[in-house]
Design a protein around this ligand. Structure first.
Ligand code: NAD
Length: 439
């Protein structure tokens, strides 16, 4: 009996086994964008390209019904998802998003970008993501807790400290992670801090986790600015999304002497050519929930955000914000993707033709998952590090990963996005080849 060896070619017959329609590249949502990004990397994968089909299919997709009692006595049903895109390199890892526009296409794409991101910074995880299609701002605190707990119970069959570890994303925070950890622990019968990251410090959370994504954005931004000969001091920065990622990145750039000239969030767009007072703006957002109504700035039309004169643009809100429609108007020399999937492939081409450097999400916002990895390691060993050590390790990993990607981009004359996909997809597919196919 012959045994299939790792070196044998893998035949994928697209004619007989077409992709299910929801996985198709003609899907115009985030998943379609991701598939186009994969197609761009395949020619650079050498012999590993024979496994590339692995990247185009999520390993596991779970859709759950989340029914809860509402405060007014009715029962409401919400649709929830958990997608594990790839677990070749380790357990699934990725956030949970509560947003009214969450779709399966979006969660699949976000889970796939997590696989790429985790491999790009070489943390021992696969990629996963979850979400509930809900506007959490319309729920009371009690409803939010009941929905979070029921969702956690429903996805409890596939998550776990060694299986798949959720974390915060848009509209989810430390409190929601605490409820998820408690629900999972109640269902399994023992306190399991390592099942989620981004927890409160008193429940096994890590110092520096809240700021980690923004700190990573700032770190790679400084590295790239150095390559471009751009000074951070005095640079004009525009930020879309002023939450966990955009708010912290904006603060760090401002502290380094940059001028934050424009900020847009769900509540509007504000401009101040001399540079916004960032600490006062952060306080305003904390008190009111958005940048709208901030006194010390001019209000501009949302669409005018893309025309703002700036050196650095940081999209840190949602997907598909930079499109073929606005990419030609952007004035920045460098775009740092704090958000996941903010730039469509068509916009990527326009930005590249205009010589605007794009630091892609899969490296630029990897700081969050890097410190999530530190949190998970600390939970397993029940030994906690100080913030200085965490930040130093984070900066080291981010700089190292960015340098590797930069070199590949220079050597192979490809965009930083394709270079990051080359580094990451080779790592993922190499482990796929080493492990072989079961059974
Ligand atoms: P958040 O909920 O803290 O903030 C989201 C921000 O986006 C808010 O300022 C909100 O007002 C703004 N926003 C929402 N809709 C908008 C719209 N239509 N136009 C403009 N602004 C809008 O979320 P976050 O954690 O900062 O996540 C932001 C992005 O960063 C997401 O793409 C997320 O996937 C990505 N990300 C987050 C982390 C993390 O650690 N939190 C890690 C990696 C990537």
């Amino acid at each position: 009996m012959s045994h299939a060896s790792a070196a044998q070619p893998v035949a994928v017959d697209h004619g007989q086994h077409p992709l299910p329609s929801y996985l198709d590249a003609s899907n115009l949502g985030p998943w379609g964008n991701y598939l186009q990004q994969v197609d761009r990397v395949i020619p650079h994968l050498g012999s590993l390209a024979r496994w590339a089909e692995t990247l185009k299919r999520p390993k596991r997709v779970l859709i759950v019904d989340v029914p809860i009692h509402m405060d007014n006595g009715t029962v409401a049903h919400f649709e929830g998802y958990r997608v594990q895109h790839n677990v070749s390199r380790g357990p699934g890892k990725g956030g949970v998003r509560f947003h009214q526009d969450v779709t399966l296409s979006e969660v699949m794409a976000l889970s796939a970008w997590m696989s790429v991101k985790n491999a790009a910074v070489n943390v021992p995880y696969g990629g996963a993501k979850g979400g509930i299609r809900v506007d959490p701002k319309k729920l009371s605190l009690g409803e939010l807790e009941r929905m979070t707990r029921r969702y956690t119970s429903e996805i409890g069959i596939i998550i776990g400290p060694n299986k798949d570890i959720p974390a915060p994303d848009v509209n989810t925070n430390e409190q929601i992670m605490a409820w998820m950890m408690d629900t999972y622990s109640m269902n399994t019968g023992s306190t399991s801090t390592g099942v989620v990251t981004g927890k409160p410090i008193d429940l096994g959370g890590s110092l520096g986790r809240r700021e980690a994504t923004g700190r990573g954005v700032y770190t790679v931004g400084c590295e790239a600015a150095h390559h471009l000969g751009m000074e951070i001091k005095g640079a004009r920065v525009a930020v879309q999304g002023f939450g966990n990622v955009g708010g912290v990145a904006g603060k760090l750039f401002a502290e380094a002497g940059a001028r934050i000239v424009a900020v847009q969030d769900h509540s509007g767009t504000i401009y101040q050519g001399a540079g916004l007072d960032v600490p006062a703006l952060l306080q305003h957002v904390l008190e009111t929930g958005g940048v709208g109504g901030f006194a010390k700035a001019e209000v501009i039309a949302n669409e005018a955000f893309w025309d703002v004169d700036c050196d650095i643009l940081i999209p840190a809100a949602l997907e598909q914000q930079i499109t073929a429609d606005n990419a030609g108007r952007i004035k920045a020399r460098m775009i740092i993707e704090g958000a996941n999937g903010p730039t469509t492939p068509a916009a990527d081409d326009i930005l590249q033709s205009r010589d605007i450097l794009v630091l892609p999400d899969v490296i630029a916002n990897a700081g969050g998952v890097t410190v999530s990895y530190f949190e998970w390691v600390q939970d397993f060993s029940s030994f906690f590090w100080d913030e200085e050590e965490i930040n130093a390790r984070l900066v080291k990993i981010m700089k190292h990963a960015f340098a590797a990607v930069w070199d590949v981009a220079q050597d192979q004359k490809v965009s930083l996005r394709t270079a990051t996909f080359i580094v990451a997809c080779k790592r993922i597919l190499h482990t796929r080849e080493l492990r072989g196919l079961y059974p």
